[in-house]
Design a protein around this ligand. Sequence first.
Ligand SMILES: [Zn+2]
Length: 59
Amino acid sequence: MSDQNMVRIMCPNLTCRKVLSIPEMARGKTVRCKTCGTNIRVPSNKPAPQTPKQDSSKS
Ligand SMILES: [Zn+2]
């Protein structure tokens, strides 16, 4: 499968603000803006499932 999901992030550099398309596998890593050279941290969009099991009350 070569269908790779791309993530779009905007360069935090206010004088650049280039929208970068990076592969989703780069999440949690740091990419570099090709335009201004700023290192951008790619946010990992994993919603941590912090739902505790509801078996605290034993029936
Ligand atoms: Zn930039």
